[in-house]
Design a protein around this ligand. Structure first.
Ligand SMILES: Cc1cc2nc3c(=O)[nH]c(=O)nc-3n(C[C@H](O)[C@H](O)[C@H](O)COP(=O)(O)OP(=O)(O)OC[C@H]3O[C@@H](n4cnc5c(N)ncnc54)[C@H](O)[C@@H]3O)c2cc1C
Length: 300
């Protein structure tokens, strides 16, 4: 079932979750142990992030470093299939431009389609750690909107080899990312929203936002999107702060602000247990306000 249909049929705010595949070598049972208690909230869909390869350096003695490319968290497609099978919920795999040629993308989408997966979140991905700017794979896409176009093409039965006969169309519902506090590379929030509109014009059917801690920023973002002519659902992304360290990690990683009031409360905490309580209370208040404002989904 498509996310857009789930949203239009919902009578109240839906809860959904986003999970990371486990680190290579770890067990899928750890994922199940974390997910089992979440089933109480009847999430109709669960997103599974995608992690491309990373460049790592290993000391090999004599002052020398060996450069290696590793994928620390493979398994997005396998976890999607496992979730569908075990919990009977819709998995939403994230798919990236980074590291994928158009042909790789086409093949990945064929796999997802054969598995009966109806939804994807189309993203560009970040630059590799050793690159300042995002560098697309040879023969791959530079921006998420180009990836959206390819998926929309496959939904119309257009594959890369034009001479293929009797192509079977896919039927993916396509989500994209939005940034209430601006994507860090965009020169301004307004230009970022214009680029978001281009993703919608290319065929995106809903937006999931970057996490945020200040609802005002989400509400203002939604207003600006609507003024730009974006009418599709905009799903807020929520993450409760869970450790003291996240106070600096989250702004660094996700390019978001933490409101002074929340930051001061976390600083005062003696340990992570206290910090988690503060983080959860803050997220609860955020969620209550967002639900009262009628958001379609709360995406954790
Ligand atoms: C909900 C969510 C889930 C995510 N999941 C993952 C994940 O699973 N794996 C992962 O690696 N990353 C993930 N990310 C991070 C994402 O890949 C990065 O934020 C990435 O840097 C941008 O991706 P995008 O799809 O928003 O890119 P785009 O929409 O392509 O935008 C990237 C930048 O380019 C600009 N831009 C767009 N079009 C143009 C144009 N025509 N000309 C000039 N500039 C343009 C935009 O304003 C923006 O600054 C996620 C982000 C969110 C919000």
């Amino acid at each position: 079932m498509k996310i857009t249909n789930i949203i239009s049929e919902a009578k109240e705010t839906i809860f959904s979750f986003e999970i990371l595949p486990p680190l290579k070598g770890q067990n899928i049972n750890d994922i199940y142990d974390n997910m089992d208690p979440l089933m109480e909230f009847n999430p109709p869909f669960i997103n599974v992030t995608y992690h491309r390869e990373e460049v790592v350096y290993k000391r090999v003695g004599g002052g020398l470093l060996e450069q290696k490319t590793v994928r620390k968290r493979p398994g997005t497609v396998g976890i999607c299939a496992a979730i569908m099978n075990k919990y009977k919920v819709q998995p939403v795999p994230h798919i990236l431009c980074g590291g994928f040629s158009k042909e790789d993308t086409e093949n990945a989408l064929i796999d997802l389609n054969f598995l009966g997966i109806d939804n994807v979140l189309a993203l560009r991905g970040d630059s590799m750690k050793d690159q300042t700017y995002f560098v697309p794979e040879e023969g791959g896409h530079t921006f998420a909107k180009d990836l959206v176009r390819q998926i929309v093409g496959m939904n119309k039965g257009h594959y890369l080899e034009e001479e293929l006969q009797n192509q079977s169309p896919t039927n993916f519902c396509i989500g994209v990312a939005g940034y209430p506090e601006k994507h860090f590379e965009a020169p301004s929030l307004n230009l970022d929203i214009k680029n978001l509109k281009a993703k919608v014009d290319a065929g995106a059917e809903y937006i999931v936002t970057q996490l945020f801690f200040d609802n005002k920023k989400y509400f203002e973002f939604v207003d600006k999107c609507r003024a730009e002519g974006i009418t599709i659902p905009i799903i807020p992304g929520i993450k409760p702060i869970a450790t003291k360290k996240q106070l600096s990690l989250l702004p660094h990683r996700f390019h978001v602000d933490i409101p002074d009031e929340l930051a001061m409360e976390i600083i005062k905490c003696k340990d992570n247990e206290q910090a988690r309580k503060v983080g959860v209370e803050w997220a609860k208040t955020q969620c209550q306000e967002l639900m009262a404002a009628g958001v379609p989904v709360l995406h954790f």
